[in-house]
Write a protein that binds this ligand. Structure first.
Ligand SMILES: [Mg+2]
Length: 259
């Protein structure tokens, strides 16, 4: 780490974590949940691999279009159920097996199995426990209000969090500046007293750098959505703003922050 990055981390008073694939393994849970949902509810003539691939293909187009469909985005902010079912309808259509009723059943099974497979990374509690002794800790997470609150409770991290910003509750998500401004105000901190720890360059790291926060990018081999063509995590860019630190495990940040 260079001296400018060390200097930035030494000023930090409050730390915001992202949730999915920063504190817990969301894509792992998603892929296991999909497999189990399709195994419990087989689609005739379609293998589990084919079904998961079809879901990935449908997800890719759908995720990028979500905010362009106002009524769907509005429903998504409150509850993941509408878009989750819509996603399953698209998956069944892509497989030539459209069925509203079956999409509903698959969607419910997927949510239940995904939640059952959602786990914190092994060092997450230790890191939250240790850092919460010295720093104010918060969470900024994108996604529907119901699902994000469910994840916070499933993982048992609520007791460590002094401030929680959920896209669904705020009606706006990262990378929008207003989200980072609200988060800073909640901690009564100036930008240089804040650290963002997250797995997404686009949603967590680049905006936080732009708004003057210190940043730690978590980059793990497991951070691969089912829609990925490469099966590999996001590559480290060769240009553009860079985080103060890149880690593959959360505990790697402790030596830089323990006071
Ligand atoms: Mg994330």
């Amino acid at each position: 780490m260079n001296s400018a990055a060390k200097e930035r981390l030494s000023k930090v008073k409050a730390i915001y974590f992202d949730l999915d694939d920063t504190l817990c393994g969301y894509w792992d849970a998603c892929k296991k949940g999909l497999r189990e949902a399709f195994e419990l509810n087989p689609i005739s003539g379609v293998s589990t691999d084919e079904a998961v691939a079809a879901w990935g293909g449908a997800f890719q187009g759908f995720a990028s279009d979500l905010k362009k469909i106002p009524h769907l985005y509005d429903a998504y902010l409150t509850s993941g159920s509408t878009t989750r079912k819509h996603q399953m309808q698209l998956t069944l259509e892509a497989l030539g097996k459209p069925s509203d009723e079956f999409a509903e059943r698959l969607s419910e099974a997927y949510m239940t199995r995904r939640d059952a497979n959602l786990k914190l990374f092994p060092d997450a509690i230790d890191v939250l426990e240790t850092l919460s002794k010295t720093y104010k800790i918060g969470l900024i997470t994108n996604g529907p209000a119901d699902i994000q609150n469910q994840e916070i409770d499933t993982t048992g991290i609520r007791k460590y969090l002094q401030a929680i910003f959920i896209e669904g509750e705020q009606r706006v998500g990262k990378p929008e500046k207003v989200v980072f401004d609200r988060a800073a105000a909640a901690m009564e901190c100036s930008p240089e007293e804040l650290l963002m720890v997250g797995n997404s360059l686009h949603h967590d790291i680049v905006p936080a750098i732009e708004f003057g926060w210190a940043t730690v990018w978590t980059l793990r081999d497991s951070d691969v959505p089912p829609s990925s063509k490469t099966g590999k995590p996001e590559p480290i860019p060769t240009e553009g703003p860079m985080p103060d630190l890149i880690v593959s495990h959360l505990s790697e940040i402790l030596p830089y922050l323990e006071k």
